[in-house]
Design a protein around this ligand. Structure first.
Ligand SMILES: [Fe+2]
Length: 646
């Protein structure tokens, strides 16, 4: 049985193919189009997935979409109605787009897919999963566990922003959720916005800045912005945020609390911004730890799976692992919305079609996340020749030898081999490599190769068998999603003068014998390299260790500031707290329905005129009709009978 999963129309569009329960292909659209976070229909990714197994869409048993557009639209309407008349400008901006495209995503999807299989029976074969159900399925069914607690956290899906489910065999039972607008992901994004970075992509920068600051504002955040309970459930104080009603994340009251307006993107970073980053990072870690501790106590489970955008916070993940409440922690490498495509396909196969799990490889079912396109020697040579590149061909042994010498010589090396990674991290298939022992490698790569901020840290690849000797970690971390400290014997203590330095001045102080991958806090975002999943990269690291006695190298992506790497081209170089998952209602205050607003004619753009009803629109009636018509796609109970399956 073949299932094609698709995520699209929000951000990070992707496609994934599951065949008889095995993950056979997955790719993100941005890798083909070079549009970062490309949100369009993932045409290239779909075509690649179909090509990978040599079939057409007609050979696919089901197409599964990663969320439910009707439920999302319901959230938009209910949020507006709850806050009306506040928020009308942003609502009126969003509504035409929803009416034009998003509300009719099912038709849009069918239209796009019909080009590949005109006679396909869409009524029977097109399935929809809920957003957090997709995240949860991508984490549990791809993990090595037969039983696990699954925690998903992100900005927002339809309503859920945090969810807990229990996985057993091929069953995945959603237990409880926290609903919009109370969202850990949106809280982090609010600080991303406030510190002058782009929401949805700048969160990594905030995490990277945090070690340079002091968490001076954490108490202020706990006192004013978030009401955190012992079980990790939380409620945000919405009077400080504008994301429900405006086009900004935070508002004037937020500015007053932190005594300054948001930083502009081109404004200089100051110690205050570093302290803000450290503060929100600490708060996030505390929320995640309370959640995982409560879940461990509540369920007695030994295994934890994580997914959703917040699960890309490797510092928090590392703390969860070290906390020891769960014996093993597994994080979906494509934890963001691209992974929803994979989750939707896995969910359709196991949950909707009741198919058993196929035993995963010892590590997991992700094949090292090497699920994207690969290219033959002839294809690569032909492409290089077309580009007029000067090149020579070498044997595998020569390749390893030459690369090791270049690395040891302090050079940055472009490394392109095998199948492309699925997920945001470069894992030794499309990577820029460097010598981790070099004290100048971090700023050299940042400023001369990646054209990005000098504080941005780099991550190490280390042989799995050597990880415990170099880091305070003795576990698999194949996807660079766990942070751990450099082992004591490899650290270099700072002199009193160096200790007196502030914030980013510490960047140039070497902290260990592998300074290029050691953050200011002695930590590192680790990728363990395994022979089973990437033998050539493992061989390279082994040869580098033989040459230098160091089994660690710098590994970073081909991304340069503002652009993404390409798949097919060689580059030169609760109302409050928890709610039962079966109860779908809103956490938004109900608000006073204002006739002047709910009956106000909506402003129409020319493009949307065809779809937008003419004359006054009664939004409450739209919502009622919407619920009635979306009944089939709405969640009906804890077992998610999303749609009758054939
Ligand atoms: Fe998500």
């Amino acid at each position: 049985m073949r299932i094609l999963g698709i995520s699209a129309f929000y951000h990070d569009s992707a496609a994934a193919l599951v065949e008889d329960g095995r993950i056979v292909a997955a790719a993100q659209e941005e890798r083909f189009t070079r549009k970062k976070h490309d949100s369009g229909f993932p045409r290239h990714a779909v075509e690649y997935c179909l090509r990978e197994r040599g079939g057409s869409l007609a050979d696919v048993d089901h197409v599964a979409f990663y969320d439910k557009p009707f439920l999302k639209f319901e959230r938009l309407l209910e949020t507006y109605l709850a806050f009306a008349p506040r928020g009308f400008p942003s609502f009126s901006k969003a509504l035409p787009l929803w009416l034009r495209e998003k509300l009719f995503q099912k038709s849009l999807l069918k239209k796009q897919l019909k080009a590949y299989a005109p006679a396909y029976d869409w009524e029977r074969r097109l399935l929809f999963t809920e957003h957090h159900q997709s995240h949860a399925a991508s984490a549990f069914f791809a993990s090595p566990f037969q039983e696990a607690v699954v925690l998903t956290m992100d900005g927002v899906g339809e309503w859920a922003t945090t969810s807990v489910s229990l996985g057993t065999g091929h069953h995945l039972e959603m237990r409880k959720e926290i609903h919009f607008p109370h969202s850990l992901g949106l809280l982090y994004s609010a600080f991303t916005y406030y510190t002058g970075f782009k929401v949805n992509s700048g969160e990594y920068k905030v995490m990277g800045l945090a070690p340079y600051g002091e968490p001076k504002y954490a108490k202020l955040i706990f006192d004013h912005l978030i009401d955190l309970k012992d079980d990790g459930s939380f409620r945000l104080n919405l009077s400080y945020f504008d994301y429900c009603t405006g086009l900004r994340m935070t508002n004037r009251r937020f500015d007053d609390l932190f005594e300054a307006p948001p930083r502009q993107p081109d404004e200089l970073l100051t110690q205050r911004h570093l302290d803000l980053a450290a503060s929100i990072q600490l708060v996030t870690e505390e929320v995640v730890l309370r959640l995982t501790r409560a879940l461990a106590a509540e369920t007695g489970a030994e295994n934890l799976c994580l997914a959703g955008g917040v699960a890309l916070n490797c510092v928090a993940n590392g703390k969860v692992l070290r906390d020891g409440r769960f014996k093993r922690v597994w994080i979906q490498p494509a934890a963001g919305d691209a992974g929803g495509a994979l989750g939707a396909a896995l969910c359709a196969y196991h949950v909707f079609r009741h198919q058993p799990r196929t035993p995963a490889a010892p590590l997991d079912a992700m094949h090292g996340a090497y699920l994207g396109p690969s290219f033959s020697q002839a294809e690569v040579e032909s492409r290089l020749a077309k580009l007029g590149a000067r090149f020579s061909t070498v044997t595998d042994d020569q390749l390893i030898e030459t690369t090791v010498e270049a690395l040891a010589d302090g050079k940055a090396v472009g490394w392109f081999q095998g199948r492309m990674e699925f997920g945001p991290r470069a894992l030794g298939a499309r990577s820029i490599l460097g010598d981790a022992r070099s004290p100048t490698m971090q700023s050299l790569l940042n400023l001369k190769v990646k054209y990005r901020e000098s504080f941005r840290p780099f991550a190490p690849s280390v042989l799995r068998e050597d990880v415990a000797g170099w880091f305070d970690l003795d576990a698999d971390s194949p996807y660079m999603l766990l942070m751990a400290d450099v082992a004591k014997q490899h650290r270099r203590e700072m002199t009193p003068a160096e200790q007196a330095l502030f914030g980013i001045e510490k960047l140039h102080v070497p902290r260990s014998s592998i300074p290029a991958v050691t953050h200011v806090s002695y930590s590192a975002r680790i990728q363990t390299v395994h022979w089973d999943t990437n033998p050539r990269y493992h061989t390279l690291l082994s040869a580098f260790k033989k040459r230098t006695s160091c089994p660690v190298i710098v590994n970073t992506s081909f991304n340069v500031a503002g652009r993404t790497r390409r798949a097919g081209r060689l580059k030169r170089t609760a109302r409050l707290g928890w709610r039962r998952a079966s109860v779908r209602d809103t956490a938004v205050p109900t608000g006073d329905p204002s006739p002047c607003c709910s009956n106000r004619p909506l402003r129409r753009s020319r493009e949307s005129a065809e779809r937008v009803p003419r004359g006054p629109v009664n939004l409450r009636r739209v919502l009622r009709d919407l619920r009635a018509s979306a009944g089939r796609e709405s969640r009906q109970g804890v077992s998610f009978p999303v749609k009758e399956t054939p």
